[in-house]
Design a protein around this ligand. Structure first.
Ligand code: SAM
Length: 469
C-alpha cells in the first residue's frame, strides 16, 4: 500500500513537473541518436526519462522533459533529431488517439487554440506515403479537437502534426499504422549544419577529415559547451575543432605531422597538386566565423604529451590514426640514442617507430585520466575487427566511466566504435596504465593487429571475387 502511494505520488509529481514530448529522429547514424539526446539533456541539467523502451531502429522517441525551454535548448544542438513535438495524444488506432487526445488537459491545449490565432496541421508518415486526399481525410477526422483559430498554411502561429508510424520494414508495410501521435510542433533540430559545414566545401581537408555530421555528434556526446576548453591530440585538419568551436568552445590540438599542422605539402583534393598558402586549421575556423575560438595547434607526438601536469581540458575529442589511410608513428628509435647537442637539436628530424594501436589507446586513456576536469568527457573512435569484437575489448580505466559505445560499420569485417567516457575519479599515480592489471584495462592489445586484419580481410575479399569470376 505504502509503495503504491509512493508510486502514485511520484507519477503525479512527474506529471506536474514534466511535459511529454515526441522526438522525430533522423534515420542515419541510428546507434548514435539516443546517447546524443541523453548527453544534450544532461548539458541542460535534465535527466533522460522515457515512459517506454526505445526501439533503436525507430524514428520516434517519447520522452519527458521538465519544460519547453530545455526542450528548445536540446533542439538547438541536436543533429540526430529532425523535429520535436509537445505530445498531446497517441494510440495504436484512431479511436485510441481520440481517447488520448480528449483526456489531454484542456489548460495545456487552450493557449494554442484561441480564436485570434492561426494554425496549420501537418501529416507526417514513416515508411508509407499518403496521397493528398488521404492526408486531408486524416485532418478532417480530427474535428473533435476544439480548434477555434483560423487556418493559415503559409505563416501559422501554431503548427500541429499527426504522425503515423508504419514500422521500419520497407518490405512489409502494414495497411494501418502501428502507432499514431498528435502534437504541437516545438522546434526543428540542426540537420542544416550537416550541409552548411560539409567538408566538400571546407577550405582545408585531408584524406581522413571527419564528416560534419559525425563531428557534431562527437561534440554533443562530449557535452561541449560555450567557454569550454577542448583538445584534440590527433587533430589532422581540425574537423573536430570546428564542430566544438561552433558550440562556443575554445579549441586546440596537436598532430605529429608537420605538413598537416602548417598546411603544407600535397593537397587531398582531386584536381589540386599542392596545398595553397592559406590552407590550414585556422583558416577552417575563419571560414565559419569561429576564429575567436581558435587557440593554436602544435606539432607534437601524442605518445609524449607536452602538457604540464596541471593542464586541464573540459573535453578531449579525437579520431586517432588506424594505420589504414595514415601511418601510426611515434617519435623514437629502435637504435641506440644519439646524444643531443644544440646543433643537433636545430637540424634534427626525429626518428620514428611504429605506434601500436593498443598503445595509442593506453596513452589516450591515461592522458584523459590526468588532463580532464572532473566530469569531463573523452570521445574517441576505436577501430575493431568485427568477427573478433566483444564489449570486453573496449579499453577501460579506473578514472573513466564508459558512457556509450556506438558502432559505425566500415566494411563487412571492420567497424569503428565511438566511445564516450567520463572522468569520475581524480588521477593518482597508481592509476597509471602500467600499474593496472590486465582485467582493469581490457584486452584491446590482443586486438592489436587491426591493420593486418583489415588488409587480410580486403585481400580475402579480392581472392573470393577472383575465384567467383
Ligand atoms: C584519423 S586522422 C585525424 C583526422 C582529423 N580528425 C581530421 O578531421 O582531419 C589521425 C591523425 O593522427 C596523426 N598522428 C599519427 N600519429 C600521431 C602521433 N603519434 N601523435 C600525434 N598525432 C599523430 C596523423 O598525422 C593524422 O593527422
Amino acid at each position: 500500500m505504502l509503495i503504491m502511494c509512493r508510486t502514485i505520488k511520484m507519477a503525479l509529481s512527474r506529471a506536474n513537473s514534466c511535459r511529454r514530448y515526441l522526438l522525430l529522429l533522423a534515420q542515419d547514424n541510428v546507434e548514435f541518436r539516443l546517447p546524443e539526446i541523453k548527453s544534450l539533456l544532461s548539458v541542460c541539467g535534465c535527466q533522460f526519462q522515457s515512459p517506454q523502451e526505445f526501439n533503436i531502429n525507430s524514428p520516434f522517441l517519447v520522452l519527458d522533459i521538465h519544460n519547453e525551454e530545455i526542450a528548445r535548448r536540446v533542439m538547438k544542438r541536436t543533429v540526430c533529431a529532425k523535429s520535436l513535438f509537445e505530445l498531446w495524444g497517441r494510440g495504436s488506432t484512431a479511436q485510441e488517439l481520440r481517447a488520448s487526445l480528449t483526456s489531454y488537459p484542456a489548460v495545456h491545449m487552450k493557449p494554442f487554440l484561441q480564436s485570434d490565432s492561426t494554425y496549420r496541421i501537418n501529416i507526417c508518415t514513416f515508411n508509407k506515403t499518403l496521397s493528398q486526399a488521404e492526408k486531408i481525410k486524416r485532418i478532417d477526422a480530427l474535428d473533435y479537437l476544439p480548434f477555434e483559430g483560423k487556418v493559415n498554411l503559409k505563416t501559422p502561429e501554431h503548427i500541429f502534426c499527426l504522425l503515423e508510424d508504419y514500422g521500419t520494414d520497407p518490405n512489409d508495410i502494414p495497411e494501418e499504422p502501428f502507432h499514431i501521435y498528435f502534437g504541437r510542433w516545438i522546434a526543428d533540430g540542426q540537420r542544416g549544419l550537416i550541409e552548411s559545414y560539409s567538408i566538400k566545401k571546407r577550405h582545408f581537408i585531408g584524406n581522413t577529415s571527419m564528416d560534419a555530421c559525425l563531428s557534431f555528434i562527437m561534440a554533443n556526446h562530449a557535452k561541449v559547451k560555450a567557454n569550454d576548453l577542448v583538445f584534440d591530440p590527433f587533430v589532422g585538419t581540425g574537423s573536430l575543432l570546428v564542430s566544438c568551436a561552433h558550440f562556443g568552445a575554445y579549441v586546440c590540438g596537436t598532430d605529429i605531422d608537420y605538413n598537416t599542422i602548417f598546411g603544407q605539402g600535397k593537397a587531398s583534393r582531386k584536381h589540386q597538386k599542392w596545398r595553397g598558402p592559406n590552407e590550414n586549421i585556422r583558416a577552417n575556423l575563419c571560414q565559419y566565423g569561429l576564429e575567436k575560438f581558435y587557440i593554436d595547434v602544435l606539432v607534437s607526438d601524442a605518445s609524449k604529451p607536452v602538457w604540464r601536469t596541471h593542464a586541464l581540458f573540459d573535453a578531449i575529442i579525437t579520431d586517432p590514426p588506424y594505420g589504414i589511410r595514415e601511418s601510426t608513428r611515434k617519435t623514437g628509435s629502435s637504435k641506440e640514442v644519439v646524444k643531443s647537442t644544440v646543433e643537433y637539436a636545430e637540424n634534427h628530424v626525429p626518428a620514428s617507430v611504429t605506434y601500436h594501436l593498443g598503445d595509442i589507446f593506453v596513452d589516450l586513456l591515461n592522458f584523459a585520466a590526468k588532463h580532464l576536469v572532473n566530469d569531463g568527457r573523452l570521445v574517441y573512435w576505436l577501430p575493431v575487427y568485427k568477427p573478433e569484437y566483444t564489449d570486453q575489448i573496449v579499453p577501460r580505466h579506473p578514472c573513466l566511466k564508459l558512457v556509450s559505445n556506438c558502432e559505425q560499420t566500415l566494411s563487412s569485417h571492420t567497424s569503428r566504435r565511438l566511445i564516450t567516457m567520463e572522468k569520475v575519479k581524480q588521477f593518482e599515480d597508481k592509476d597509471e596504465y602500467a600499474h593496472l592489471t590486465e582485467a582493469e584495462y581490457s584486452s584491446y592489445k590482443g586486438h592489436n593487429a587491426f591493420r593486418n586484419k583489415y588488409f587480410s580481410g580486403v585481400m580475402k575479399k579480392i581472392a573470393q571475387e577472383e575465384n567467383k569470376n
